[in-house]
Structure formats: C-alpha cells, structure tokens
Design a protein around this ligand. Structure first.
Ligand SMILES: Cc1cc2nc3c(=O)[nH]c(=O)nc-3n(C[C@H](O)[C@H](O)[C@H](O)COP(=O)(O)OP(=O)(O)OC[C@H]3O[C@@H](n4cnc5c(N)ncnc54)[C@H](O)[C@@H]3O)c2cc1C
Length: 381
C-alpha cells in the first residue's frame, strides 16, 4: 500500500489547480483520475479576472492567454430589438490587473496545469470507488487497490465518489429545461453586426447565449426536458436559422444536450476530506461561474491545507470550507439563477436598469465586481 501525503481525486481544472497549488508550496501530491487521459469535452469557456490572477500566481497564465481570446466587453441584447447594453470590464481597472474575461475552453487549461505539475504523481485510469475515513487518515478504494492518504481533496465532479463516500448530502434542484450547446464554424460578428464576444439575448419564448471561443462561436439554447435527443439535434438547424439567416445551413462542429442543476454539498469539509468544484456545488452555466468558483475553491482550500500542514491551526480549514460554501450559495447560485430568470423576462424594467448601468461607470463597477466573482473573494484570506 502506498502512502501519499495528499491525494487529489479528479484531474479536471479544479483538481489540477489544487494539486498545482500544493506542489508550488513544495508539498508532494498524488492525483487519481479515472479517465485514461484528460477530458477533451467542450465545457466551460470563460475565465473571470480573479481566476486569471490565481493562474498568474501559479505561473500558468501566459500559456492560457496564448491560447485564449481577451474579451473586454459583454452585451445584453433583446432577441428581437438588438442591443440593450454593452458593459465594459475596463471599469474594473482599479480592482484587478486583468479587467477582462478570457475566452478559452477548459480543455485547453488542463494540459497546461498538467505540464506545470512536472513533479507530481498523476495516475490515469485510476477510478476511486469509495473511501473509509478515520480521524487521522483516509483510505481510498481504487481500481488499482487501496491508497492511504493523510488528506484527500475531492475534485471528482458532479457524481463525486469522494462526496458519496463521505456521506455528504448534495441537495438542490434540477432545472425544468435542458441546455443545448452548439459549437459552430461561422463568423457571427458578420451575421449579427455589433455583437460582443459574449452576448446574452433576452426572450420570453427562447432566450439564448452567444459566446466566442478561439476556434468557434458557441450557441446555448434552452430545450425541453422530456424530448428525444435525436429530435432536438434534428431541429437544431431550424433554430439556428432563426438566430441568423445565413442563406444556407449553419456549419455545426459539435452539439450536445445536458441537464442543469443547482446543488450544494451540506459541508465542504468532512474530517480529512475537502470537497471542491463540481464535487461540492453545481449551478447553471449562465455567467460562467462553475469552473471559476471551483478554481477559487481549489486555490483557497489547498493553500489553507498547506498552511495547516505548515503548523497553522486546523480550524482555519473549517473557516475556509464554510466560507467557500457561503460563496457557492450566496454568489454563484444566486447570480447564475438570477441570470436565468432575467433571460426569460419579457418586461422592460430590468432592460432600463441595464441601460442605466452601462451609462454609469460607478454602478457598472459594483455590478461587474459581483458578476465576475471579485466580491466573493473579499476579504481575501
Ligand atoms: C456544457 C457545459 C458548459 C459549461 N460552461 C461553463 C462556463 O461557461 N463557465 C463555467 O465556469 N463553468 C461551465 N461549466 C461547468 C464547468 O465545466 C464545471 O464547473 C467544471 O468542469 C468543474 O471542474 P471540476 O474539475 O470540478 O470537475 P470536472 O471537470 O467534471 O472534472 C472531474 C474529473 O474527475 C474525474 N473523476 C470523476 N469521478 C472520478 C472517480 N470516481 N475517480 C477518479 N476520477 C474521477 C473525471 O474523469 C474528471 O476528469 C459548464 C459545464 C458544462 C457541462
């Protein structure tokens, strides 16, 4: 039986960030990943300013910037009436050295993190099936045999075996509609002149989101919960034509449907187990908060763990775990759910508010500090 000091379960963006945070502090870490390689799925694609600061501190920001697109503005639009308001992240220039979002798929960040983890023991094809915790250690049941750890960081995603094995509840709800995300090989700036790299289009019947990524535009559409997947993919071309008529079918590189949940673990620490990222909380993707807040969990909990290993009181971990849960509920869930509600509204009231916001840099700054999670990190530990 091997005896690693710290085991991170899951080599997604959150697990690899936790591992790199520990590794940069000189603490040996083992990462167990069930897949035979890093995931390549198209998922999160927005990096907010505080996440960019954290990635800079870990020494991986330049590599990400090299692969991504800088988006300084985002836009609210009425699906029928066009632009409502364009918000410029430049109003955050006193709050962050990076007053912009970076558009880049999470599957481009994970290889960068893995490369930076050159001294860590990263084991692919190693699924964790359960665990047994005592006061001082945890034994993980894996397909490669039992592995004992002094501490475990669960970063194994929505269906987390670490969370299940720790008996932590994951309460919440599932949205009444699925989301359909299509990556398209079209120049939407030409098809819809005046759009920003990130656009939220309001419509009570069919809201949508248009996001630029380095090689595609992504279109996010609500889709009924109970229809057949094949039927939905067959009718996608008609729905895309309704977004912009190109005079020919849109070129779709990839499309998938998924269910969206709002759930939070009842605690983020269970003895020697810490929960981070999707293993600890799930939210809808509107506003790009899932991966970002997960990376914040990873940095804050892994740095605090490094402090505790270095002699800081163990209670610091309780405090930070409790604070990260508050962020998940009061910032991430609340803001992403408000974003969903707002996209479906038909009234003009909040549109007037957004117009007023775009015209008032002080109000825009307050709004954007919350939207990009800067506020959720105050006071910074
Ligand atoms: C379609 C889609 C679009 C999204 N868009 C956005 C967005 O725009 N912005 C945003 O911030 N978020 C977005 N999200 C959410 C974002 O993708 C997740 O929040 C993010 O992937 C969480 O990272 P993670 O590392 O916690 O989990 P994951 O990325 O799920 O990684 C978990 C890892 O653990 C591994 N694993 C799982 N179980 C085990 C086990 N038992 N043993 C060992 N390994 C295991 C998995 O193979 C995986 O590699 C989106 C999600 C989806 C599905």
């Amino acid at each position: 039986m091997t005896t690693p000091a710290i085991v991170v379960v899951g080599a997604g963006p959150v697990g690899l960030t936790a591992a790199l945070t520990l590794s940069r502090r000189g603490i040996p870490v083992t990462v167990l990943e069930q897949g035979d390689e890093l995931a390549t799925e198209s998922r999160a694609s927005t990096f907010h300013p505080p996440t960019l600061e954290m990635l800079r501190d870990l020494g991986v920001l330049d590599a990400l910037l090299h692969k991504g697109i800088v988006a300084s503005t985002f836009q609210y639009r009425d699906r029928r009436g066009g632009e409502i308001a364009t918000l410029d992240l430049a109003v955050l220039s006193e709050d962050t050295p990076f007053p912009f979002r970076v558009q880049c798929e999470q599957s481009k960040l994970t290889p960068i993190l893995l490369d930076a983890l050159d001294t860590a023991d990263v084991r692919f094809g190693c699924r964790v099936d359960g665990l047994l915790s005592t006061d001082n250690s945890v034994v993980l049941r894996t397909v490669q045999g039992p592995i004992r750890a002094d501490w475990v960081i669960g970063a194994d995603g929505a269906h987390s075996a670490v969370r299940h094995g720790s008996g932590v509840e994951f309460e919440g709800s599932t949205y009444p509609e699925r989301f359909l995300v299509a990556s398209v090989e079209e120049d939407l700036e030409r098809a819809l002149p005046g759009i920003a790299p990130i656009n939220y289009l309001f419509d009570p019947d069919e809201w949508l989101v248009l996001l630029r990524t380095p090689h595609h535009w992504r279109v996010l559409l609500p889709t009924p919960a109970d229809t057949d997947d094949e039927y939905e993919l067959r009718r996608l071309p008609t729905r895309l034509d309704a977004v912009a008529d190109l005079g020919r079918p849109w070129k779709v590189a990839h499309a998938s449907l998924y269910r969206v949940h709002q759930r939070v673990a009842d605690r983020f620490r269970h003895g020697r187990v810490l929960l981070t990222g999707d293993a600890a909380h799930l939210n809808n993707p509107l506003g790009g908060m899932g991966m970002n807040s997960g990376i914040h969990d990873a940095v804050q909990l892994a740095s605090t763990l490094a402090d505790v290993i270095g002699g800081a009181p163990d209670e610091r971990l309780d405090e930070v775990a409790a604070q990260r849960r508050i962020v998940a509920v009061e910032h991430v869930q609340r803001t992403s759910h408000d974003n969903w509600n707002r996209l479906r509204e038909s009234g003009g009231n909040h549109r007037q508010q957004l117009k007023a916001l775009a015209a008032d840099p002080v109000a825009a700054r307050t709004y954007l500090r919350r939207a990009c999670l800067l506020d959720s990190l105050e006071p910074r530990p």
